[in-house]
Write a protein that binds this ligand. Structure first.
Ligand SMILES: [Zn+2]
Ligand SMILES: [Zn+2]
Length: 242
């Protein structure tokens, strides 16, 4: 976006990026939070071995006394991982912020953030470039005391208002969610309510439950498109042009 490579979270999909990324360039890595499924790809990101590469890592979910630099260092040590983060030759920069703050990336991209309802906290992002914007809300649970004013939450609706794409935590169907309350995740139906309230362009179903096989996902896709035409189910290698 705006000529920059912006990475949202570092799951295993990060390895696919190694095929196309310029290992002499730079990236901005924004963490929603640091549960394992969002950070486990980081130690395997080969571009980080390039001394000509640089990576600016930011996170907004950590509490007082914690830093994203320390979290990454703690994660990359035995018995979780054999090598320390100092094995990388790339320039690594770390910035902690408080979810709710906004900051620029370069001259043209504005990053807005919001705290979202998840176990141990998480940060939602809205990336703006010119009149285009993408929202990324995962991992998030739509029910509970966090959203006292009900769902769709007014502040969150305002946050996503008019964005071109909303990438949302659709771990469950509504039916599954009713049996999995309190686990920190949401349903595609709840996400779609938010997308409709915020008059979002494309709703993207994301953060699939590993128990959902391709047939199950095809079924969700069919139902979702019937309710909200243009809805997409995110998959490996998907490219969206704004
Ligand atoms: Zn999580
Ligand atoms: Zn997750």
């Amino acid at each position: 976006m705006g000529g920059r490579n912006i990475i949202l979270d570092a799951g295993t999909g990060l390895q696919a990026l190694d095929k196309t990324i310029d290992a002499t360039g730079s990236v901005d890595l924004l963490f929603s939070h640091t549960h394992l499924d969002h950070i486990m790809g980081f130690p395997h990101f080969k571009a980080l071995f390039s001394p000509a590469f640089s990576c600016h890592i930011r996170a907004g979910h950590l509490g007082a006394g914690q830093s994203i630099e320390q979290v990454v260092a703690n994660f990359m040590q035995p018995p979780y991982f054999p090598m320390p983060v100092t094995m990388f030759n790339a320039g690594l920069q770390y910035t902690d912020f408080a979810a709710g703050e906004a900051f620029p990336l370069g001259d043209d991209v504005i990053v807005q953030t919001i705290a979202i309802n998840h176990t141990n906290g998480a940060t939602g992002y809205r990336l703006r470039y010119g009149d285009k914007s993408v929202c990324y809300l995962t991992d998030i649970e739509h029910e509970g005391a966090f959203y006292r004013d009900g769902w769709p939450d007014p502040a969150l609706t305002d946050f996503v208002k008019g964005s071109d794409v909303l990438i949302y935590d659709c771990s469950y169907t509504d039916d599954e969610y009713s049996k999995r309350k309190g686990r920190g995740h949401s349903s595609w139906q709840a996400g779609m309510q938010l997308a409709d309230a915020g008059q979002v362009g494309t709703f993207a179903i994301f953060h699939h439950d590993p128990a959902h096989d391709d047939d199950f996902m095809d079924d969700i896709a069919g139902q979702a498109v019937a309710v909200r035409p243009g809805t997409i189910v995110a998959r490996d290698g998907l490219v969206l042009a704004l």
